[in-house]
Design a protein around this ligand. Structure first.
Ligand SMILES: Cc1cc2nc3c(=O)[nH]c(=O)nc-3n(C[C@H](O)[C@H](O)[C@H](O)COP(=O)(O)OP(=O)(O)OC[C@H]3O[C@@H](n4cnc5c(N)ncnc54)[C@H](O)[C@@H]3O)c2cc1C
Length: 265
């Protein structure tokens, strides 16, 4: 069981950051993941009074506050319009509505969880994270770095014209995924992110995929197998590595086929 001795509601990001430099303290997002643990937290830093639970849209980007719930992300009209339901598809299978009303975008990205649908999907887009001290960093760099004592302020998704498709597979409806695969395309550049391998999602980019509307099934398959082979796959209680590897190429291929509007025979 987890227990918290004291909760401090930060009145500014500077205060939250200063408090978080002491390892006895910990930032809490929606507390949905942390409460599954077994530890005694001397002091929890609550960011809920800082107005970081909104999604701002401009002509260039979406800026998602770290305390924004997964449910708000899933339902956001502008995000669904821009990415044609791509993020909704990634998020709506996570447990249930009540859970997604509690879990936050900040906790999901900061945690860099191997099974994360949120991380897999956002990696395939032009996404950055805003850190209080570290500034704005591409998500693909942030995932490689070990968690430190900075505060994740917001997640920024650029409107760069990518079209994207998301696929995942679970053994049972509310379980963690066995594989997650996101494909995004902009011209002939293809971005492929695969997670739940069971390690955390990684990204490969190809500027010369040669894929375009009208590409043949064989061309799409060849690229999908290449993209699949850029990642490693492991086994755990949910699936074997070979099975995950097989699923990855199937879902990458289906995603690309969908984005290209079908394939030539
Ligand atoms: C049973 C269960 C099943 C799940 N299944 C899935 C699934 O299938 N797919 C999926 O994608 N996700 C899944 N998740 C993860 C979930 O979607 C969230 O990603 C997770 O709960 C973290 O979000 P949170 O708001 O609860 O964060 P918390 O539990 O509050 O925090 C998580 C971590 O992030 C840190 N943190 C939080 N906010 C910040 C911040 N702003 N700055 C710095 N550090 C911060 C905390 O200190 C902590 O280390 C599951 C979680 C649970 C508990």
């Amino acid at each position: 069981m987890v227990s918290i001795e004291k909760i401090v509601r930060a009145s500014s990001l500077e205060e939250a950051y200063e408090l978080n430099q002491d390892r006895k303290r910990v930032v809490i997002g929606g507390f949905m993941w942390m409460k599954m643990g077994n530890r005694n937290i001397a002091e929890a830093i609550d960011l809920s009074g800082l107005g970081l639970d909104t999604i701002e849209e401009t002509g260039e980007e979406f800026r998602i506050g770290c305390m924004c719930s997964l449910r708000s992300l899933e339902l956001h009209e502008g995000i669904n319009r821009e990415f044609k339901g791509f993020i909704r598809e990634a998020v709506h299978r996570i447990i249930g509505v009540q859970f997604r009303n509690g879990a936050t975008v900040g906790g999901s990205i900061y945690g860099r969880y191997g099974f994360s649908d949120v991380l897999t999907s956002l990696l395939a887009l032009d996404t950055h994270v805003e850190l209080y001290k570290g500034g704005i960093v591409p998500l693909k760099e942030f995932v490689q770095v070990k968690p430190d004592t900075d505060i994740l302020v917001s997640v920024i998704i650029k409107k760069d014209g990518r079209k994207a498709s998301y696929k995942s597979q679970r053994n049972t409806k509310t379980d963690f995924p066995v594989i997650t695969a996101a494909v995004a395309m902009k011209g002939s550049t293809v971005y492929v992110s695969v997670g739940a391998r069971p390690s955390k999602a990684g990204l490969v980019e190809s500027n010369d995929s040669g894929l375009a509307a009208g590409s043949s099934a064989e061309e799409i398959l060849k690229f999908s197998e290449w993209a699949r082979d850029q990642f490693t796959y492991g086994s755990d209680m949910r699936a074997g590595g070979d099975y995950r590897k097989h699923l990855a190429s199937v879902y990458i291929r289906r995603g690309i086929t969908e984005l290209l509007g079908g394939e030539k025979a």
